[in-house]
Design a protein around this ligand. Structure first.
Ligand code: NPG
Length: 370
């Protein structure tokens, strides 16, 4: 496939409510949208790097540079033989998984559109609905956390995740557990602790949590492997897993029993599906994480979550959980059974609303074959 043109859009969208984690607060979400043009078709991708390097070292600016100087030339230099060809071409670029993944998503959209198939089918997924949950940021008080969780429970979210940080952990989790007995609940620390805090996590064993996500440092598989056997609750890794090798190492070390897969964190849907396949063979449950995506990235996450090993509900909430207005014409809506429906149109199955894109765009640039 010959890609004739790539457009990059740096966009900024106001969240309905600020989203606070152990590494900071976001009120406006910034990201990069990638449009790839070929043979009259357009494929869209979303690069999830944020404005601030708190979750990962990548930012909108580093991703723009990496896309412009390396991914765009890799794609425009010669006709592509497929997704794997792209993956090989960008392999020499060390790191920068979110930039790689944003471009890759646009190519997945293009290739599945060209095949006339929904991306989910193109990737081998079989479900037409995927189970989802909601992720609730750190709130100003325990009471506000409980109220926010109850409101999401009442909206029909069947699984709740709450963010925790030092000083706002056990008591908050206990209050939420008491408010929603029996509802699947998990906590996410976003790497905010060290092994010295093991006791806090041991005390969480009484709360019947589905999992504890990324308690320790991103590069700390060793201490995770020391913490995991001290707990009854399964540990799940997010920030620590950037590739299939990381997943294998973490499982071999006993550093986790569950893996959160985010396409942006692992260089794209290709590596994401390889991690899925490996975990599926090993009987290790996986679930799809979220990064407050627009309708574009959300559609890709929904497609990924149709693969059979995604047995736990994803952080893939309905569009109205995040934004008053999305950049896509189609919205994802929560079904009464706590799922999102998989779009059945070709590719990602969503289309870009040009008027919204124009309003949200801070900067745009086009690149053509010269
Ligand atoms: O629903 O998309 C969502 C948010 C899920 O909690 C969520 N994401 O650490 O997993 C995370 C967190 C996140 C959000 C990370 C934004 C980075 C940026």
């Amino acid at each position: 496939m010959l890609i004739d043109e790539i457009e990059l859009y740096h966009i900024k969208m106001r969240l309905k409510a600020p989203f606070r984690t152990s590494f900071g607060e976001e009120q406006d979400r910034e990201c990069i949208l990638v449009a790839a043009f070929s043979e009259g078709l357009i494929g869209w991708g979303e690069c999830v790097a944020s404005r601030f390097p708190g979750y990962s070292y990548e930012t909108v600016k580093t991703a723009w540079h990496t896309l412009q100087d390396f991914m765009v030339p890799a794609v425009l230099s010669a006709p592509l033989a497929g997704i794997q060809d792209y993956v090989q071409r960008v392999k020499p670029v060390r790191g920068h998984p979110m930039a790689k993944a944003g471009m890759e998503m646009a190519l997945w959209d293009l290739y599945s559109r060209a095949a006339g198939q929904p991306l989910a089918r193109f990737m081998g997924g079989e479900r037409d609905r995927v189970p989802v949950g909601v992720s609730v940021g750190i709130q100003p008080s325990i009471e506000q956390m409980v109220q926010t969780v109850l409101a999401f429970r009442d909206q029909g979210y069947p699984r709740i995740k709450i963010k925790i940080m030092p000083g706002r952990d056990l008591e908050v989790a206990r209050a939420v557990r008491e408010a929603i007995p029996g509802v699947p609940l998990q906590v996410d620390a976003n790497s905010a602790y060290t092994l010295e805090s093991a006791l806090i996590f041991k005390q969480m064993d009484d709360l019947d949590l589905l999992l504890i996500e990324q308690p320790l440092g991103e590069d700390d598989l060793v201490d995770h492997s020391k913490l995991a056997p001290q707990l009854l609750t399964p540990l799940c890794l997010d920030e620590s897993i950037h590739s299939l090798d990381h997943a294998r190492w973490a499982l071999e070390l006993g550093a986790c029993r569950i893996i959160n897969i985010k396409p942006g964190r692992v260089s794209g849907l290709y590596e994401a599906s390889r991690i899925h396949d490996y975990c599926f063979e090993q009987g290790v449950p996986v679930w799809c994480g979220g990064m407050l995506e627009t309708g574009i990235g959300r559609a890709a996450n929904v497609a990924l979550a149709t693969l059979p090993g995604f047995t736990l509900p994803g952080d893939i909430s309905a569009s109205d959980r995040y934004y008053e207005e999305d950049v896509t014409n189609e919205a994802f809506v929560l079904n009464s059974d706590g799922t999102l429906s998989v779009p059945n149109g070709p590719g990602l199955g969503v289309t870009v609303k040009n008027s919204a894109l124009e309003r949200f765009t801070l900067n745009e640039e086009g690149f053509r074959v010269t």
